[in-house]
Design a protein around this ligand. Sequence first.
Ligand code: SF4
Ligand code: SF4
Ligand code: FES
Length: 577
Amino acid sequence: MVFTIQVNNREIEARKGETILEALRRAGFEVPTLCNMKDFTPTGACRMCVVEVEGRQELVPSCSHHVEEWMKISTHSPRVIKARRTITELLLSNHPDDCLYCEKNGNCELQKIAEEMHIRERKIPGSPAFIRPDRSSPGLTREPAKCILCGRCVRVCEEIQQVATLDFIYSGSSIKVSPAFDRELNFSNCIQCGQCLLVCPTGALTGKVSFTELENKLHDTSATVVAHYSPSVPLLLAEKFRLKPSVNASGVLKAVLSKLGFDRVFESAFGTEVFIMEEAALLLQRIRNNEYLPVISSACPAWVSFAETEFPDLLPYLSTCRSPQQMASTLAKVHIAEEETIKKPETIYTVAISPCTARKYESRKPELTRKGLPDTDLAISITELFQLIRLYGLDPLLAESEAMPQGLRSMTSAGKLSDISGGITEGVIRTFYSMATGKDLKEYRIEKLRNHKSRRDYTLKAGNHEYRFAVLSGFAMLPTLIEEIRSGTCNLHYVEIMACPGGCVGGGGQPSAPSQQILRQRIKDTFEYEEKEIMKCAHRSPEITELYEKKLDKPGSKKAMELLHTHFTACNIYAKE
Ligand code: SF4
Ligand code: SF4
Ligand code: FES
């Protein structure tokens, strides 16, 4: 039912059942919010969104009150502004004053509101608490002193990610948001997906920045610095710098990275193509031997971390394939050392660029090193890449697109689907079908895997056989799947699990949380891009064929197992300290 309400003496349309805030925003009225998040039940915790409703004595939080037909609302009356200013001043009364040094400077919602309220001094005396920042985690920094207790991270961690690392602990004036038992993040069950830092309005949760080490390497003439980037990096670069659709964003990114001083640049999608070859061979082998089915993909390090911490009994089901990024780094080290006859492998420095905060943790895992050297020396997020571009004053709009050199070149669309949920599975199905039947699939597009549901299922028919695949986007459907596997009722052959809803395109290592609309556009762009590629299957890439012929023999060979596979270890977080 649609009716009319009055806002600031103007009539606007409102819909029965919606909140005042929703009606206001649709009509173009701006109201500041802090605790509110779209698609979550409002908590009314911060009261920043209050408005004045004629006939009501109290100011009303617009995010949690529904519209009613008779309402006359003021969004910026003197009383409303006074209340919002007082709330802001209270929040600032014990907030650290180090905006200049804060990771969120310029991108902080509290700073923006304080600026809009024209607050220029600490009006309410308080003592900014010094609470030691928690830098224990490889991917995230937590600064409890900057927490305004809005609860957004708690809700995302529990309701969306189902990990429940962060929660309110203690009560009264001691209340705070922290991992259980007030422990540091690295000693908790945090999987480092970074979804919490996408929603944190202040600098209380931010991604780790690893500039210094990278800058030193970029200026070290004895080092060969190699970058490889995930498929969504050019996509987000184009979004951020508003590149025209006709511009080759990948070529621009390559040019920008060369200007930053990287000696070699290639697409992590090459690693994904190798990953697909290994994953498909592993799946076929497990089906033939009837062992540990379903194969559960281990491409997402946050999911692997979750499994190692919470579901150790499932570890034998995990695919032993290293993630596409790890494979890309490993192959870069091997290939470049051979190609450029580099005698000292330690002088090759590989940097993986992706929207993922969990990759930093992954790159430090001892099992992903060889002879004491990590395969990925550094994982940086897209946020860090954008900061580097600013630091060096580069303008991607002026960069001349550069072509990728031969060697480690991704030549198929299968490799470029990996950043969207279901993309890896589509790639694996194409190659698995070919390995199982000796023929190529006629229809490479798998529409049943291309919707936005939390779980999608698909049955592949190959001759007289049926193979069942499932894709989990986020962990919403994980408890059911685990129950099926544990009870022996799971009839799947392969499962892909990505921690971030929508896949890496929604990863925590980007400057701000993408809306559902933006997320869907990124997924659409990825599929449109796929249509333009001539080769759709990893096993059809001449570079992949050559790699196996010259270096790896065949998927699952002794050499491939040694270089491209790993193992998993159950992790007891309570024994970590
Ligand atoms: S850490 Fe950030 S998101 Fe979480 S409660 Fe504090 S301010 Fe809100
Ligand atoms: S879904 Fe992608 S971005 Fe998110 S944690 Fe997993 S690998 Fe990282
Ligand atoms: S945004 Fe409405 S109460 Fe916080």
